[in-house]
Design a protein around this ligand. Structure first.
Ligand SMILES: Cc1ncc(COP(=O)(O)O)c(C=O)c1O
Length: 358
């Protein structure tokens, strides 16, 4: 079986974890601070604040940016549900926008800010969103990058996460970089914002016994930070391997099922996604050939039962997202995927389109 994804776990990670457990505080130990410094350096930002998940990174950033009950925030209908859940957690209302046919990312030409406080573009599948256009659209309002799928991706020579007012990352185990469990990071060049996020993640604490905000317990555990530091050292090499696999797919698959890369960007292929009207048949065809696939995402966020119930969305409002969700299929993609196996996958997909359709 060729799975969709296999996480990396090495002896170095195991040793780092044991070392941290034996020699540091379990909570907010030295590894957490080092992980923050190293991640900020990696992204090219002044600051990084480690938190307990990508969702917490988004929620805490929104609260720190001043989103309050009733405020609206623009985001894409085509993402993992956590992107827009974070707006709801902060008390706000998500205002969705449709996506580009070619990439699945937010289409800035279809978005309008209205009275919204800010905007959350998502670098979906590891491919940067059009940040220049999104910045122009946002004007003075905040741009919060959801880079949860894009660790190390570049837009016009800069690492994503460092371009908006802040950027959020997830270290969930299927991401390009993990911490051996849940975790996340907020990066920013704004000291005041970083300090606020750090306070909110730690019970709103300004000093040990003084609380100036209503905060949460959303810290990153020391043991996870220690594993994350080892993963971070491997990340660039792993991303390069993902690009090599993507090259094999791009060179060997029919052109009309490929998504496009954002111009002047360097994607990191968190997922390799193709699209076809025959998606369900193709998925079955590959399963019979022992090839694992995934669907990211089968239901656009506005069509999720809870979003229909809470915000009254119906079908038809974001037609590109709705069509996209019925056509996308994620092929196996992880750094350890053998090149011959990637060629086998590409061969099987090609065979399907050349007449093998069941
Ligand atoms: C685009 C996107 N945003 C947010 C999240 C939330 O991250 P987490 O699962 O770490 O809370 C994820 C990942 O799961 C994601 O893919």
């Amino acid at each position: 079986m060729i799975p969709l994804f296999i996480p990396e776990f090495t002896d170095e990670m195991k040793n780092a974890a044991v070392d941290a457990l034996q020699n540091e505080f379990f909570v907010m130990g030295e590894s957490v601070h080092k992980c923050e410094e190293e991640f900020a350096r990696f992204c090219g930002t002044k600051r990084a604040v480690a938190v307990s998940s990508g969702t917490a990174a988004l929620r805490l950033s929104l609260i720190a940016m001043g989103v309050k009950r009733g405020d609206s925030v623009v985001t894409t209908a085509n993402s993992f549900v956590a992107t827009s859940n974070s707006i709801v957690h902060a008390g706000g209302k998500p205002v969705f926008t449709d996506i580009e046919q070619s990439t699945g990312n937010m289409d800035p030409s279809k978005a309008s800010m209205g009275g919204s406080k800010g905007i959350i573009p998502v670098h979906l599948y590891g491919n940067p969103a059009k940040l220049d256009e999104i910045r122009d659209l946002a004007g003075e309002r905040f741009v919060l990058e959801d880079a949860c799928q894009a660790h190390g991706a570049e837009y016009k020579g800069r690492r994503v996460g460092s371009i908006g007012d802040a950027g959020c990352f997830s270290f969930y185990s299927a991401k390009n970089m993990t911490v051996g469990g849940d975790g996340g990071m907020v990066v920013t060049n704004n000291d005041e914002l970083a300090d606020k996020v750090a306070m909110i993640r730690d019970c709103g604490r300004k000093t040990k016994y003084e609380h100036t905000m209503i905060g949460y317990t959303n810290r990153l555990n020391t043991v996870n930070a220690a594993i994350g530091r080892v993963q971070l050292r491997m990340l660039e090499g792993w991303n390069e391997k993902r690009r090599e696999i993507a090259r094999i797919y791009r060179d060997n698959l029919p052109g009309d099922i490929l998504l496009e890369e954002t111009p002047e960007s360097k994607p990191v292929y968190h997922l390799f996604v193709i699209r076809t009207r025959d998606r369900d048949k193709l998925q079955e065809f590959l399963k019979v050939r022992d090839i694992g696939t995934g669907i990211h995402y089968p239901i656009p966020i506005h069509m999720q039962p809870i979003y229909r119930e809470m915000f009254g969305y119906r079908g038809g409002e974001f037609p590109v997202s709705e069509q996209f969700s019925g056509e996308v299929l994620s092929l196996p993609m992880f750094p350890g995927l053998d090149k011959d196996k990637a060629k086998y996958v590409a061969g099987a997909v090609t065979e399907f389109f050349e007449g093998g359709k069941p």
